[in-house]
Design a protein around this ligand. Structure first.
Ligand code: AHM
Ligand code: MG
Length: 348
């Protein structure tokens, strides 16, 4: 009897797949719920295809290295960036779900003709975030957000995408690490799935993940120290003098955020004197991650306003990002806004 129960429990756990979880979250089996479940399934498929290629990258020809091209951001494009971008497009072909996809790698949104106008959702994504890690076999990720398509977009300007982050229906990331994980939220908590390669399914590992209210990690590229504005330098001088802080920075946002979500702390990519908006893109990097972190009880800020309130003025707009445990983020904000709560720091 005991064996049977344990066996049953193991089976129940293995059946807690992503698509089933989406339906549970929506508490419905209606057409909208089925669409969103199918949509998440396609994102999961893209993640599996990318994970498969990454796992054998060092053994295959034409996978690692640069294409020789430059993307809309002015960055050198890697072969894996191109592959990952195409995977998401391929995963949504003939789905009837998504009419447009907008990504870091494409200047303009990509329209899938057979899905338009019936597909009422838009996928925004960074296909391979932190791709400088690819060639050295360190963690990378994909970031995604789903938004409702508003209006007909007959002139293909996608102007309805230029709205704040509260308009996201779902958001998440896939982390390609020692195991492949998918973390997502549909506005009802943040949930963590692990890819079981033997099943080819993402299985629920943590439901309603809660970020610690404060944590010991600060994650920032300190190589930019002298390029920052003084308040950020002051914050970093402050943590240098506090016992208990640890610096952790991998150069790939998804991995750094995953650590912060699990262990608490703060990730910062602030603006610099030369580039006040920083590096990270709002619509397919910062806003999806902010949605996810806030759903886990965290906080996301530009330093001067809630990140999710920012309305982009163009598709590839950049934003400063301060994100993580609420107490850590509030402390960074107090330095930026130089409020009375700011702890005093002696200059070095
Ligand atoms: P990418 O999308 O072109 O890979 O750039 C985004 C990445 C983030 O993953 C990471 O947090 C950041 O760029 C690292 O930038 P830097 O090397 O300036 O620290
Ligand atoms: Mg990126």
């Amino acid at each position: 009897m005991t064996d049977y129960t344990a066996h049953e429990q193991a089976l129940d756990r293995d059946c807690l797949t992503l698509s089933r979880h989406v339906l549970q979250q929506l508490q419905s089996f209606d057409a909208d719920a089925q669409d969103l479940s199918a949509l998440m399934n396609r994102i999961a498929l893209a993640g599996k295809l990318i994970a498969r290629r990454l796992s054998r990258a060092g053994l295959m020809e034409g996978v690692l290295g640069f294409t020789g091209g430059v993307n809309i951001q002015g960055e050198d494009v890697k072969k894996m960036d191109v592959y990952a971008n195409e995977v998401f497009i391929a995963a949504f072909k003939q789905s009837g779900l998504v009419c447009r996809l907008a990504s870091e790698e494409m200047e303009k949104p990509y329209y899938i003709p057979e899905n338009c106008p019936i597909g009422r959702y838009t996928l925004l994504y960074d296909p391979l975030d932190g791709s400088s890690n690819v060639d050295i076999n360190l963690n990378v990720g994909s970031i995604f957000a789903i938004r409702q398509q508003e209006g007909t977009d007959l002139d293909e300007t996608a102007a309805d995408l230029l709205q704040n982050g509260h308009k996201q229906i779902a958001a998440g990331y896939i982390l390609y690490g020692p195991s492949t994980m998918l973390v997502y939220s549909m506005g009802k908590g943040t949930h963590v799935f692990v890819l079981d390669p033997s099943l080819g399914e993402f299985i629920l590992a943590i439901e309603n993940l809660q970020i610690p209210a404060s944590g010991p990690i600060y994650s920032v590229n300190e190589g930019n120290f002298w390029a920052w504005e003084e308040p950020i330098r002051n914050y970093v001088r402050y943590v240098h003098r506090q016992p208990g802080y640890s610096a952790r920075y991998s150069g790939a946002l998804v991995g750094d955020i995953h650590r912060i979500l699990m262990q608490g702390g703060v990730f910062l990519y602030p603006g610099t004197q030369k580039n006040p908006a920083g590096k990270l893109r709002l619509l397919y990097e910062a806003a999806p991650i902010a949605f996810l972190v806030e759903q886990a009880g965290g906080k996301a800020s530009t330093g001067t306003q809630p990140l999710l309130d920012v309305v982009p003025d163009h598709l590839h707009m950049r934003t400063p990002l301060i994100i993580g445990s609420p107490e850590n983020v509030a402390l960074v904000e107090s330095f930026i806004q130089q409020t009375p709560a700011t702890p005093t720091v002696t200059q070095v």
